[in-house]
Design a binder for this molecule. Structure first.
Ligand code: ADP
Length: 584
């Protein structure tokens, strides 16, 4: 039997102050008085040993498990890879719920709606986020057969989910996050588009409108389209597609809500259509899932694969090693996780979806001296993500040989084309890494830096101040560093209006608001081309951006093959967080 006690030879793990604050508040296990009973070293060992222990099912040698536990420990404590927050919080604990992303169905009956509310509460309590489609609910004022009354419609039920979320705190530290989806052809679509008009309404939900191919064609041709009652299939009204599209643009300009997803495109990439249609994504939009499906995510820190002198400045051999080990880790997480409902556990074990992604992308570009908004950055993004995706598939194939393919493989689109066998129905997803990037001290996901030096608002209004380490080093190297300059940068966030700094420094150290919106979108599309699931990305716009800018971004997202798009115009919400799914 593998002894999961921490070996006395383990080196203590060093984390910076920001990471320390986040870890002790949310991640460390606590005693009855709420005092942490672990530190970074024991936390990472708890996770590494619990996830490695799953190996015993497939390989009886205790040495194998212990060796793997050490490898997982090193992988995480060198911050080369981190699993999603619930895995860090709950692995090796009684709760044991390790996935960040869930999608629940909302059926058109009282029983099904309130089952959904209950199931969401159980998932939030365990640290997961939930997505729902409300498209199956009959519209407001439709007849209800059993009582002879009229239905209250998706929006009124959405508010119940929102209120329930408000009351369920996760381990006493954060509220749950939700995604609410409505199809663009639902009769209540206009009410849905306007649902977050008032600041603070439905604040536990991100909302997205699911656009169909048919709708997009109607926008293009300036035609009308049908609003269809979901329970009867009857056409209730017709709307001008372009007017609805313009309204979406208007609302996104006003407040960033709702976002849009391209539903048919998501379903075109559904690896297991025989098991059902995808109706929704997780809260931040990067993980489309079937009803009752869950997925665990993990992110590779690209800032740490920079190696001077290598092809394109990247240590490809090391990146390959990290991908293979991370895929094994995430596949083990599926088995180690205890799911809040049996039905979810069954679904997860049928498809075995995992979502390996990347973070630290902007930090890698800084080290390479490549501006984010350049063709060179786009080409490298494709190269890096293709490599991660291909290697994740190779790793999944290897696991299938060792452990068997995912049970739905034969009926999956891979099985139908004889591409596998694979261990996992999907392997790649790019998450926002809202808290993981704080723990890993790197830039988040594939986003550019919000500011070179800034205060980050997390958890109950607490503020964390950060300066980018590569930027600081570049200033020192160019002989420009001074305390006075750093103060100025912290105040302005960026350097493009600071005189006397070299132009090449200004070109490389660009921040989110200085990058033209279309470059944000191009970067999202470049990563999407090599990602199974979706890419979390916010197209940041300056306060001065016009509605036409947003219209163009939406249209470009459609044309470039993105699965959805989120825009945010600076200053358009009263409280601003970097990840809208933070929910704290
Ligand atoms: P982290 O960095 O904490 O691992 P991310 O910011 O990458 O998380 O978000 C990934 C996913 O985790 C989200 O899309 C969502 O499904 C889930 N998630 C994030 N924040 C919350 C929250 N406050 N409550 C519940 N789930 C969340």
């Amino acid at each position: 039997m593998f002894n999961s006690e921490m070996p006395p030879t383990m080196m203590p793990v060093k984390v910076n102050d920001n990471a320390k604050t986040v870890l002790s508040k949310r991640y460390y296990r606590k005693d009855g008085n709420g005092e942490p009973i672990e530190d970074a070293t024991s936390m990472f060992w708890r996770v590494a040993s619990a996830i490695a222990a799953e190996e015993a099912k497939y390989d009886k040698s205790p040495f194998k498990v212990e060796k793997l536990a050490r490898e997982f420990f090193d992988l995480m404590t060198e911050f080369k890879f981190l699993p999603n927050s619930p895995t860090l919080m709950n692995a090796g604990t009684d709760l044991g719920q390790l996935a960040a992303c869930f999608v629940l169905p909302v059926g058109d009956s009282m029983e099904e709606i309130f089952d959904g509310v209950k199931h969401a509460a159980l998932i939030h309590k365990s640290g997961g986020g939930t997505g729902f489609s409300f498209s199956r609910l009959r519209h407001k004022d439709a007849r209800v057969g059993s009582t002879g009354g009229v239905a209250s419609g998706p929006l009124s039920f959405l508010r119940i989910f929102n209120t329930a979320t408000e009351q369920v705190k996760q381990g006493g530290t954060r509220r749950g996050a939700n995604m609410g989806i409505l199809r663009v052809d639902h009769p209540d679509i206009i009410e849905f588009i306007r649902a977050k008009e008032r600041d603070g309404d439905l604040n536990n939900f991100n909302l997205s409108v699911a656009l169909t191919e048919k709708f997009m064609q109607a926008v293009e041709k300036n035609e009308e389209y049908d609003l269809v009652a979901p329970h009867s299939g009857e056409t209730k009204a017709r709307l001008k597609a372009r007017e609805v599209f313009n309204m979406l643009v208007q609302k996104a300009w006003e407040s960033g809500d709702p976002g849009i997803i391209f539903l048919d495109r998501i379903n075109r990439d559904n690896p297991t259509p025989a098991l059902g249609e995808i109706e929704s994504t997780n809260p931040c939009g990067e993980q489309p899932l079937l009803p009752y499906e869950a997925c665990n995510l993990g992110s590779i820190n690209l800032a740490l694969v920079y190696k001077d002198g290598e092809d394109h400045g990247i240590d490809w051999k090391e990146l390959k090693r990290i991908v293979h080990l991370s895929v094994r880790f995430l596949d083990n997480v599926i088995d180690a996780s205890r799911y809040p409902l049996d039905r979810i556990g069954e679904m997860v074990r049928t498809n075995r979806k995992i979502g390996l992604g990347v973070m630290g992308w902007a930090d890698l570009l800084f080290q390479l001296g490549i501006p984010y908004d350049s063709q060179e950055a786009l080409s490298l993004a494709e190269r890096v993500m293709k490599f991660v995706n291909d290697e994740s598939k190779a790793a999944s194939k290897k696991l299938a040989k060792e452990r068997g393919e995912f049970p739905a493989y034969k009926e999956s689109t891979y099985g139908q084309r004889n591409l596998g066998p694979y261990r996992n129905a999907t392997t790649t997803t790019i998450a926002p890494t809202g808290t993981l990037s704080i723990i890993g001290a790197c830039s988040s996901g594939v986003e550019p830096l919000f500011a070179l030096s800034f205060a980050r608002h997390v958890m109950d209004g607490e503020k964390l101040v950060e300066s980018n380490p590569y930027f600081k080093q570049a200033l020192i190297d160019s002989g420009s560093y001074s305390d006075k300059l750093m103060d100025e940068v912290a105040q302005k966030g960026s350097i493009n209006k600071i005189e006397h700094l070299p132009d090449d420094l200004k070109r490389v150290y660009v921040t989110a608001m200085e990058i033209e919106p279309e470059w944000h979108l191009k970067m999202q599309a470049a990563f999407q081309r090599h990602t199974d699931n979706a890419v979390s990305k916010t197209v940041n716009l300056p306060n001065s951006a016009s509605k036409e800018d947003i219209y163009n971004i939406y249209w470009m997202a459609y044309e470039q093959g993105c699965k959805g798009v989120t825009v945010y115009r600076d200053g358009s919400k009263s409280t601003q967080v970097l990840c809208t799914g933070e929910g704290s």
